[in-house]
Design a protein around this ligand. Sequence first.
Ligand SMILES: Cc1cc2nc3c(=O)[nH]c(=O)nc-3n(C[C@H](O)[C@H](O)[C@H](O)COP(=O)(O)O)c2cc1C
Length: 399
Amino acid sequence: MTEPLENKKIVLGVSGSISCYKSIDLASRLVKAGALVDVVLSDAAQEFITPLAFQSITHRNVISNLFEYSSENPLEHITLAREADVIVLAPATANSIAKLANGFADNAISAICMATTAPILIAPAMDGNMYHNKAVQKNIDLLIEHGVHFVGPNAGRLASGLIGLGRLVEPEIITEHIKIVLGLTGDLKGMQIVVSAGGTQEAIDPVRVITNRSSGKMGYAIAEAARDRGGEVTLVTASSLPEPPGIKCLHVMSVAEMREAVLDSCNGADALIMAAAVSDYRPAEIANQKIKKKKGEENNISLDLVKNDDFFLEVPSGVMRIGFAAETEDLLSNAEIKLNSKGLSFIAANDVTQPDSGFNVDTNRVTLIDNNGKVEALPLLSKYEVGNSILDKMLQMSK
Ligand SMILES: Cc1cc2nc3c(=O)[nH]c(=O)nc-3n(C[C@H](O)[C@H](O)[C@H](O)COP(=O)(O)O)c2cc1C
């Protein structure tokens, strides 16, 4: 499977808000992600921004007037409405939201929205009082009732200088929500998937911990891939990476906290994918105060460590268990030992000695080994693609 926006047909409607400039960034992100972006501008939007700006980024026609068509096809708006995978209205003004809620079709954006069966995602942007206006709220409720998706608005400093709710959500977050909307009918729809990520931290004293080099990127990529295929995802994370939208995130530090959060989340789940690097040992005692440097001749101190229990074995048997083995030697044999001792369905063996795979990079190279003895070496892939390969195998093995 490729990246989620690759070759997706996205109609981006831009209406007349001061935040129009942000939709240039949005269009650019979508194009970079491989989407085919058709921009439709309202008349008011063109008071803020020109069709040329968008055309230069999308390299496609921009619809700026329903009746002045630039292509051969005077019914271009109907073609776009029919072929779109998703329609995104960002920024959406109070006026455009009102048109959509009440069935108006008097400009290109509203006509396309009326004529489509594709999902619609709206990112409102307006002054705080405008947003709280009863008519606006009623229109939003009506659209939600009709199955239209919303992202935002955010709270913050508005163009008027007032602080309030009404800011357009940042383009990178809108992009994530487009993926979520596109994935709603994906092949993981109805499945509950728990993913763990990051390196656990075991306290030595109030300021020091034992941890490892795991960044959490692999677990986050799996969680995002599962979300983008319609899965309901819980991410138990010991990483400080930003929370991905559309994913329930539970933050933990120690193995004991991770155990509790994972076992709780596994109730009713279909699968657990443990991408976290879980500490095998923890200090036997946690010092109440910061351990001070010894004075005089005494150079060495020692730390007693005790083994952490392996909670994989406590996961209910109905939950498919998938693990990771980050190894620096004897990759396959070490991974097989882990596969069998933890009762996993399959394991991703990960050679972390290579600069392009393993910790804190965006690519990875893993070998999937299952409990039937099948071994599949994957090439170097983005972590998102590795996530999708793991999810493909999870689906195959759950049939
Ligand atoms: C400087 C300026 C900024 C505006 N910003 C917004 C805005 O952020 N949100 C909004 O709903 N309307 C805003 N408006 C009002 C809309 O542009 C106006 O309601 C227009 O009719 C919207 O048309 P459209 O929905 O077809 O784009 C703004 C108007 C001006 C003059």
